[in-house]
Design a protein around this ligand. Structure first.
Ligand code: HH2
Length: 274
């Protein structure tokens, strides 16, 4: 089992860690810390030294209520980071909903595009179809500015699953091979705490859709609701959530705290080697 990421083939026999690099002034847990290019690069290199298998570079916050960012501004934040890091050896993902930036990021060396909008924008699949880059298709109900107002599902697991099945089909018809596809139920994106917990309990039901399964729980509000802690103090809760996700079938975890997650996954791996 592997994920095809541009020229790279990533083995999925052990869980992979995707380290988050937010080049934004307003991300919910680290906004403003890495908006300067040099700070973003130092942070990215630190995450790699701590054991990240790939990096996800984002130039637009998707936190509940976040304001949209123009293409020019997002491009200005993201592309210099991609250009400086993409050396052909490290998988670099770009977290964007904009087809133009998807195309430009891949041309600048990114080998994956992560879209919280699930490549529903006109031209999104076409922007990367011929490139060989991997894609991460995430589920979101609504849009960031309003998604947490009153999320509603009759059956959250079935509805998120049906959405991902349909998007994977659409990606394959657009010429994107299954080994390039990652899927993600989108914890916190138009979901209450109970919806998120139901998805986490039932994560294994997403493992036969035909894409590598990614879970992003790191520092999220759901963990704040459970522990009563602010985002920067949610490291232990995030590690626990990543472990549960991996035990329930996640093959990639998207995290801010790479070193702590790496150690926890090493313990899980040691126990599994029997
Ligand atoms: N979560 C965030 C952003 N992008 N992408 C995927 N595939 N899955 C996620 O769960 C996910 C994501 C939100 O986290 P963060 O990037 O730290 O915050 P912000 O959106 O405020 O920049």
């Amino acid at each position: 089992m592997f994920l095809s990421c541009g020229q790279l083939k990533l083995s999925l026999t052990r869980p992979l860690i995707m380290g988050v690099v937010n080049v934004t002034p307003d991300s919910f847990s680290d906004g403003g810390k890495y908006i300067e290019l040099q700070h973003a690069l130092t942070h990215a290199r630190q995450l790699l030294a701590e054991g990240a298998d790939m990096l996800d570079i984002g130039g637009e916050s998707t936190r509940p209520g976040a304001a949209p960012v123009s293409l020019d501004e997002e491009r200005r934040r993201v592309l210099p980071v991609v250009e400086a890091l993409a050396d052909g050896a490290i998988p670099i993902s770009v977290d964007t909903q904009k087809p133009e930036l998807m195309h430009e990021a891949v041309a600048a060396g990114a080998s994956m595009v992560n879209d919280v909008f699930g490549f529903r924008a006109a031209g999104a699949f076409e922007a990367i179809a011929s490139s060989g880059a991997a894609i991460c298709i995430m589920h979101m109900q609504g849009e960031p500015h309003s998604m947490q107002h009153n999320p509603q599902y009759t059956n959250v697991v079935e509805e998120v699953r049906d959405y991902l099945v349909e998007r994977v089909r659409a990606a394959v018809s657009a010429g994107i091979a299954r080994e390039r596809i990652v899927i993600d139920p989108g914890f916190g994106f138009g979901k209450t705490l109970e919806h998120n917990l139901t998805l986490l309990r039932n994560l294994r039901k997403f493992t036969d859709i035909g894409g590598a399964l990614l879970a992003g729980l790191s520092r999220k509000t759901m963990l704040g609701k459970i522990t009563g802690r602010d985002p920067a103090e949610r490291v232990f809760a995030s590690v626990a959530a990543a472990l549960v996700a991996v035990q329930n079938g996640a093959q990639i975890v998207r995290v801010h705290d790479v070193a702590a997650t790496r150690d926890a996954l090493a313990v899980l791996d040691a126990v599994a080697q029997n």
